[in-house]
Design a protein around this ligand. Structure first.
Ligand code: GLY
Ligand code: MN
Ligand code: MN
Length: 429
């Protein structure tokens, strides 16, 4: 099998926790994502709805979960609807889940075919007062495409205008922000696969190598280890492109003396890792590159000490900006006097460090969480400071993933080379 099996108990636990958050007399209905079209008859690779996956483990289109904790018939308290296969689908797309397989993955006893959902819906929805439905409430979601959940919301509200509608998203954000041991196992595996890819390219990078060739090496290593590939579109930027935060063209040759920023990581079984390393193309940092590298590394380590239970994301980022200010003064980018004179928004610091320091990581790379929620044990977050000096074509970002532990943070990327000396040593081995 491509992936280690995921225990169905994980999905059972998640549904149990969600049930505990619903108001009495509720039904919750969550649909899978669509397979999104591209052009002509082309489609994007299927990406499951994160909430549905978290609650069922079913990674298949046209899937719906219905939870009705107070259902009159105990057999109707949770029902999973999956797409029924037929001869045509079997020939063109291959096997779909059988009812037994869907039951084994999710731990849900009652499995029905998606085509029969209408015959259940009216009878079950009218047993409830509150209907919880799924919307994408990620603060940076573009939401330009109508999802299967969106279509269902319109339809449901038209048919049952006098029910009380509730947002499932805040509950799922709360549920998903603390990682279960099973999820940590999967994220760790994604980090370990990423490590293998990074170590592979350290011996491959040299002047003249194309950014796209490095991308190919990484993908090869990820996929052969069971990953379906990149957790997000890889950023492999040499020279001035190291300062472009979302550079994804990866189409230039790397040149002698340049720096190379790689924000690339693997997924595993739906969970993600998120790594950034910045290395010298020729295997030796220049004095200036090293100076900036060490400044970023100190901020990464300082931030790791700050990212502890109880601190709010805003206070944390503010503290990191303060730390970064000291480093930028040290690098001669502005004076201590200019630093002191700038307002609380720190425009001088943000000229060189213009993004956030950390985000949650899980089934989504920028994982969901309640806004402004204080850091707590069991969360998994990235730490990713960077300094981008466009006038020097020099951008350095370092990014590790950490689990917030009771006594200290556990670095899930502790085995991935980070110190400048180690990187140089491996590149010249
Ligand atoms: N790779 C996306 C990020 O670092 O947030
Ligand atoms: Mn990243
Ligand atoms: Mn990140």
């Amino acid at each position: 099998m491509r992936y280690d099996p995921i225990s169905k108990d994980f999905f059972i636990r998640n549904r149990e926790k969600l049930r505990g958050m619903l108001k009495p007399g509720s039904v919750a209905i969550i649909h899978s994502n669509d397979i999104y079209p591209t052009n002509a008859d082309g489609t994007m690779p299927f990406k499951q709805n994160g909430d549905l996956y978290h609650l069922t483990g079913v990674d298949q289109e046209e899937t719906t979960l219905l939870l009705l904790p107070d259902a009159a018939d105990p057999k109707e308290r949770e029902i999973l609807f999956v797409r029924e296969t037929n001869e045509h689908i079997a020939i063109w797309e291959g096997a779909k889940l059988t009812k037994e397989q869907a039951r084994a993955i999710s731990g849900i006893e009652r499995i029905e075919w998606t085509s029969t959902i209408e015959s259940f819906l009216h009878r079950l929805v009218t047993q409830a007062d509150h209907i919880y439905l799924s919307t994408n409430e990620h603060p940076r979601a573009a939401n330009v495409v109508e999802t299967r959940n969106d279509r269902f919301i319109k339809d449901c509200q038209a048919r049952y205008p006098l029910h009380r509608y509730e947002r499932l998203a805040p509950l799922m954000h709360r549920l998903r922000m603390i990682k279960d041991a099973e999820e940590i196992r999967m994220i760790q595996k994604a980090c370990d696969i990423t490590e293998a890819g990074f170590r592979r390219v350290l011996g491959f990078i040299k002047p003249g190598v194309g950014e796209w060739e490095i991308e190919a090496e990484l993908l090869h290593e990820f996929v052969r280890r069971g990953s379906r590939g990149f957790a997000y579109t890889p950023i492999i930027g040499s020279g001035g492109s190291s300062c472009v935060l979302h550079y994804v063209e990866n189409n230039k040759p790397c040149r002698d003396g340049e720096i190379l920023l790689m924000d690339v990581a693997a997924e595993y079984a739906g969970w993600n890792s998120d790594l950034t390393r910045t290395v010298p193309v020729n295997g030796r940092f220049t004095q200036r590159q090293r100076q900036v590298y060490d400044a970023v590394l100190r901020v990464l380590r300082g931030a790791n000490k700050l990212l502890r239970p109880g601190i709010t994301p805003m206070d944390y980022h503010k503290e990191v900006l303060g730390m970064m200010e000291g480093e930028l003064v040290g690098l001669g980018l502005f004076s201590a006097k200019e630093a002191k004179a700038q307002g609380p928004d720190k425009p001088l610091v943000k000229k060189y460090f213009m993004h956030g320091t950390s985000h949650h990581l899980g089934l989504d790379v920028h994982d969901v969480s309640p806004p402004h929620e204080a850091i707590a044990e069991g969360m998994v977050l990235t730490i990713e400071p960077g300094i981008y000096i466009r006038e020097e074509n020099l951008g350095i970002r370092l990014e590790n993933d950490v689990l917030i532990g009771n006594e200290r943070n556990i670095d899930l990327m502790a085995n991935i080379p980070l110190e400048a000396e180690e990187i140089e040593e491996l590149m010249n081995a």
